[in-house]
Design a protein around this ligand. Structure first.
Ligand code: UDP
Length: 239
């Protein structure tokens, strides 16, 4: 089935979303634009859109095969993909295996502490409030999700972590932490949505501990383009 782009529905920081002739299908188009610190820092990572599109699709196809439902339908070209239209659950779901970023800052610990078990936390997706940390009682009180939906989201998030951690370890990459977003389809099914890419994961080279993710951009380390390409090459070969 060849989907065609109709009107633009939405433009976010890293992607645009277009309608198609099918009301249950939208097309996401990945941009090279990079932002950090709630949009205060802006730049471009050349080639990022295509890498994030292809990497996300590759991982979502493999996750579907493992029983995690996703919004993925079909890759249309280097930066565009047809996905199921969902209403996004306004929670950023963050899984951590190693301390870093806001966790290290909040609790006053160094980065790099390896946890015995992965942790999970939610942020309320709200730019005006700077995506504050939220617990599940508050999320339910605010009707952002039901208890059943939160249980399902947690289960899928840990399944994604198990798969991603193992898959990346096989190519010499350590999965430190990552952010997922989930959506609800027209019939109320919870599916994994958004993306899984070096924009949304912290990835360290297993041997050198070199950062292979968006922290290169956030922290002005240089070499973001090369790092993204390196992760894709290790994960997907030359495909
Ligand atoms: N993350 C993301 N989008 C956000 C916030 C975080 O993709 O709006 C990802 C981030 O790349 C990292 C993980 O979620 O892999 C945990 O981020 P953290 O809470 O440490 O926040 P940060 O250090 O990005 O402020």
């Amino acid at each position: 089935m060849a989907y065609e782009k109709r009107e633009q529905l939405y433009e976010g920081k890293a992607k645009k979303v277009y309608a198609t002739e099918d009301p249950n299908v939208v097309i996401v188009s990945y941009k090279d634009d990079a932002t950090a610190f709630n949009g205060q820092k802006k730049g471009t990572i050349t080639g990022k859109g295509a890498i994030n599109n292809r990497m996300t699709n590759n991982l979502m196809r493999r996750l579907e095969a493992k029983g995690v439902p996703t919004h993925y339908i079909e890759e249309l070209n280097d930066r565009e993909t047809a996905v199921k239209k969902v209403s996004i659950v306004p929670l950023e779901v963050i899984v951590r295996n190693i301390s870093a970023g806001s966790f290290a800052k909040r609790y006053g610990v160094e980065e790099g502490i390896v946890f015995d078990e992965p942790t999970i936390e939610f942020s309320y997706k709200n730019d005006d409030l700077h995506d504050p940390l939220i617990n599940s009682y508050h999320a339910v009180a605010l009707k952002l999700a039901t208890w059943d939906e939160i249980d399902t989201i947690k289960k899928y998030a840990f399944q994604v972590n198990d798969f991603l951690k193992k898959t990346l370890a096989e190519c010499g990459v350590t999965l430190v932490d990552f952010k997922l977003e989930f959506g609800k389809t027209a019939d109320g099914t919870i599916v994994l949505a958004d993306e899984i890419s070096p924009d949304t994961c912290r990835l360290w080279d297993e041997k050198t501990h070199e950062k292979l993710d968006k922290d290169r951009f956030r922290r002005d380390l240089g070499g973001a383009e090369e790092a993204y390409e390196e992760v894709m090459r290790r994960l997907m070969g030359d495909r």
